[in-house]
Design a binder for this molecule. Structure first.
Ligand SMILES: [Zn+2]
Length: 363
């Protein structure tokens, strides 16, 4: 209710402007004789009231130990799609007017907003962070399905990490793709890849300790490599491997070598992130060939059955498809000419449980 409407209800009756001293100090509250004229009442009592302005806690500051953080919002009037990202906290308070006219649909949408986790998916961005910073919408979990830079030089990785630090998402999950050459430790050790050799000058002077521990540069996200994380009650698994493609990073021959990697994906995974697509979903290359992995499709459909499978790699396969069981998201931001032109792909899932800050490993 607006302040203007509150004033409309004032009766304007001329009564004693001041209550007796004894009444004001008593713990037994009685109705003020001028209760309908709050402005006048305030004028009479303000000389002994204290109203100091308090600067709220900056949500970016860490919560002090043994504290509970309350996050307060109000008067959102069904504008949930335009609410800036709600900061981390333990208790969310909404002080009313969450709809416009309280239609059933508004209430349902608001309930969905409270109980859903928003995932924002990207892939194949090749250091185009200026474009990304303009198009990445707010959400709860930011996903990058690999090839976030060109060849994995430390300065590229650091710049990407810096960009991640500017994102408001509560969780940021990243896997490597074929362009993250330095993340492929075997390739860096053997140095016999054609691609590596063609970029030899770029890697000249790169010390072993700079690529051995290249992952440590990604401090603003969770990096997954044949590994799993649980966030907000979702089991998320990430893997960088793809079928042999011009001798880039994390390439493996089709068949058993790739199936060995897919066999590590646990059943019960809710969201699977791989750099390459499975066969038949977002994998149609511009030359008319299907680039997806047959065994990855079989693993997704017959064993793991995730709710979502997020990937990239085949830029021209950008988009979303489903087989009725799993939704497949090719989130390649760049087109086949490496021009950034696609927006991130967003999906919402009902949150399995109320998230707690302490119980999760998140960045
Ligand atoms: Zn790729």
């Amino acid at each position: 209710m607006s302040f203007r409407r509150m004033l409309k209800g004032a009766s304007g009756r001329s009564l004693s402007a001041k209550q007796p001293e004894s009444d004001e100090q008593s713990k037994e509250i009685t109705v003020h004789p001028e209760t309908n004229n709050p402005t006048r009442v305030w004028d009479t009592i303000r000389y002994k009231q204290k109203v100091d302005v308090v600067t709220p806690v900056d949500p970016a500051t860490p919560k002090p130990k043994d504290h509970v953080r309350f996050v307060c919002i109000s008067d959102t009037h069904s504008k949930t799609d335009r609410i800036p990202d709600i900061p981390d906290g333990d208790v969310l308070i909404h002080a009313g007017d969450f709809t416009k006219i309280c239609r059933r649909k508004e209430v349902k949408n608001f309930n969905d907003f409270l109980g859903h986790t928003r995932f924002v998916c990207t892939s194949d961005t090749f250091s185009k962070t200026t474009y990304l910073s303009k198009v990445v919408p707010p959400g709860d979990v930011f996903i990058h399905a690999g090839s976030f830079n060109n060849v994995g030089l430390p300065r590229e990785v650091s710049a990407f990490n810096e960009f991640l630090g500017t994102l408001p998402h509560r969780h940021k999950i990243v896997i490597a793709g074929n362009h993250e050459l330095t993340f492929d430790q075997q390739l860096m050790t053997e140095r016999n890849s054609h691609v590596f050799m063609s970029f030899a000058s770029a890697f000249e002077g790169l010390k072993t300790n700079e690529w051995k521990d290249i992952r440590s540069l990604l401090t603003n996200c969770t990096y997954l490599e044949d590994s799993e994380i649980q966030v907000m009650g979702f089991r998320i698994y990430g893997s960088p491997w793809q079928p042999v493609f011009c001798d880039w990073g994390f390439n493996l021959p089709r068949g058993q070598p790739l199936l060995d990697k897919w066999n590590k994906i646990p059943e019960g995974t809710d969201i699977l992130i791989t750099h390459g697509p499975p066969l038949g979903h977002g994998d149609l290359a511009s030359n008319g060939c299907r680039a997806g992995c047959v065994e990855l499709l079989s693993t997704v459909q017959r064993r793991v059955r995730p709710k979502y499978h997020v990937f990239g790699h085949i830029h021209e396969g950008y988009g979303v498809t489903t087989d009725g069981q799993t939704t497949f998201v090719n989130a390649a931001i760049c087109d086949v000419h490496y021009r950034p032109c696609n927006p991130p792909i967003v999906f919402d899932l009902p949150t399995p449980r109320v998230p707690t800050v302490e119980a999760e490993s998140s960045v």
